[in-house]
Design a protein. Structure first.
Length: 256
């Protein structure tokens, strides 16, 4: 009698990031682990992903808890953007309630180096208040959801970079919009900032390498950076990179 093939562990990867895509790719041919990548659906043309893909929200922590049960999820990897605080909080609550193991991939934040001119703040509201003191031509690289915080900022011209053009008009007094997807290298970022005479950069401290080019460019140009600190991670297991997240899964579900 033939042996029954073991059922692979079902792993929900909360993503939309390059890290999440790399985790799904690592298990594309793994018989022991089946990944389901969850995308919020905010990007119109997301990158192609390995494995199963789910698009759309869950409806808060309660909705996510129901999904974990209905989809028979064995573990969750929170590989969302470091500033996606709401989904990370919902994941922590849902997994705790459902008894599903969870790990959060929390990229280490960037740290200032010699030559950096950082003004560190806690949120976008602090950023909007601080910005006019540091320049009148700002490169805004924080995503479309926080743009409204700058609607009341006058006497500042904004270069706004988004992955997709927004569906609604941007409520800024004076700006130019460019649509680009990273990664961005330092030379191109320096050229862009020179071409638009940028006097101050606004950035979230996302960590990683994909968008670090703008930080290096600002250092070369002696442009100050209003840097938004990462929110604290949720309680529970944490890893710092893709390799550690994959190891966390293999320790639990690797065959043999």
């Amino acid at each position: 009698m033939a042996e029954k093939t073991p059922t692979p562990a079902r792993v929900l990867v909360l993503g939309g990031t390059a890290d999440a895509a790399a985790i799904a790719r690592a298990f594309a041919d793994d018989a022991a682990i089946h990944t389901i990548s969850s995308l919020a659906g905010r990007t119109r043309a997301p990158r192609a992903l390995d494995g199963e893909v789910r698009t759309g929200g869950f409806g808060g922590a309660d909705g996510l808890a129901r999904y974990l049960e209905d989809a028979r999820i064995d573990a969750v990897v929170d590989a969302t953007h470091p500033f996606a605080a709401a989904i990370s909080r919902h994941a922590a609550e849902a997994c705790a309630g459902a008894g599903v193991p969870r790990v959060q991939l929390q990229r280490p934040p960037w740290t200032a180096r010699d030559g950096d001119r950082w003004i560190e703040v806690d949120d976008v509201d602090d950023t909007a208040r601080a910005l006019p003191q540091h320049g009148r031509r700002a490169f805004l690289t924080i995503g479309r959801q926080e743009l409204a915080a700058f609607a009341s900022v006058r006497d500042v011209w904004f270069l706004v970079r988004l992955i997709d053009p927004p569906a609604e008009p941007i409520a800024l007094a004076s700006f130019e919009l460019i649509s680009q997807r990273g990664p961005f290298d330092t030379a191109a970022e320096e050229t862009l900032m020179r071409a638009h005479a940028i006097e101050v950069l606004v950035s979230k401290n996302s960590g990683g390498t994909a968008t670090y080019g703008k930080i290096e460019a600002a250092r070369r140009l002696s442009v100050p950076v209003v840097m938004i600190r990462q929110p604290p991670p949720q309680p529970g297991d944490h890893v710092a990179d893709v390799e550690a997240a994959c190891a966390w899964l293999r320790e639990r579900f690797a065959a043999g």
